[in-house]
Design a protein around this ligand. Structure first.
Ligand code: ADP
Length: 260
């Protein structure tokens, strides 16, 4: 039924007896293939901005810098592509860390942490005239990795802004439930078709490549979120309807919740 990859080893035991050993290496090969795919995706993604930066720099040096209009336009492209390169490198590092780093569990105040990360996103929220509604359970604490929790909230919020419509809404709900700590980020944006819903957590998968690029997306945000949530023994669920909006629900175990 399932295709298996097998390594065959033949060992002579005596002159007339041999043993054939079969090793099931399906999973190892799959992991190797995923790593190869990842490296080839990373190289491709890194090459795109580097090629643009190199190309436009050479064009400027070859004489385009003498035309003020060209100079301005090309420098703008170089600046945008450099920013893209920075985001990509940051995301690749975040992904590698999320998969390797042991979570550092501390107890912290959730509403406080969420409110601290909002000012940095305010310009993007204002630019799209988005109404942000916060529904944060008052003064409760969560025991988990604060940096990783922050990264999860940030990535989900950035997407809720980027894939929202002008004048749309974002609702961020955070509360203690019996299963642990629940964080819900809902938007009134473009939505995700059911066929794409499982795939958006894959590295570099984007429903609409152009739109994602325009918003500075790297295609790694949700892969980072998924890796962090798994590392924290949590779960993530996506409910979405095309053209209506999306809700991402994260539940993280809260060690203190059980004892309260
Ligand atoms: P990106 O950097 O492209 O945003 P992500 O890994 O964060 O990468 O998301 C992968 C893809 O999933 C996005 O390119 C987009 O197509 C889709 N997506 C993510 N979040 C949302 C959302 N809130 N609404 C609609 N589509 C989304």
């Amino acid at each position: 039924t399932k295709e298996q990859i097998v390594d065959v080893h033949v060992v002579w035991l005596t002159a007339d007896r041999l043993a054939v050993l079969l090793y099931d290496v399906t999973e190892i090969k799959q992991i190797q293939q995923m790593q190869l795919d990842f490296v080839s995706n990373v190289s491709h993604e890194l090459k795109t901005p580097v090629t643009a930066i190199t190309g436009f720099t050479e064009t400027l040096l070859a004489g385009a810098q003498n035309d003020p209009k060209d100079r301005q336009a090309f420098l703008q492209i170089i600046a945008t592509e450099s920013q893209r390169l920075t985001s990509l490198i940051q995301d690749i590092i975040a992904l590698a860390r999320g998969e390797q780093r042991q979570p550092k569990l501390t107890t912290f105040d959730v509403p406080n942490l969420i409110e601290q990360l909002l000012p940095a996103l305010q310009p993007q929220i204002a630019a799209k005239k988005i109404q942000l509604k916060l529904d944060l359970m008052a003064a409760p604490t969560l025991k988990t990795d604060a940096n990783q929790f922050e990264q999860i909230v940030k990535n989900l919020l950035v997407n809720a802004i980027n894939y929202n419509r002008i004048g749309g809404q974002i609702t961020l709900t955070s509360r203690l439930i019996s299963a642990g700590w629940q964080l819900k980020v809902c938007d009134t944006g473009v939505g995700i078709a059911s066929a794409d819903q499982a795939r958006v957590f894959e590295r570099f998968y984007r429903v609409d490549k152009t739109r994602s690029r325009d918003t500075g997306g790297t295609g790694l945000g949700l892969a980072i979120v998924a890796a962090l949530v798994t590392g924290l023994s949590g779960t993530i669920k996506l409910q979405s309807q095309l053209g209506v909006g999306s809700c991402f629900t994260v539940v993280l175990p809260n060690e203190e919740a059980g004892s309260e």
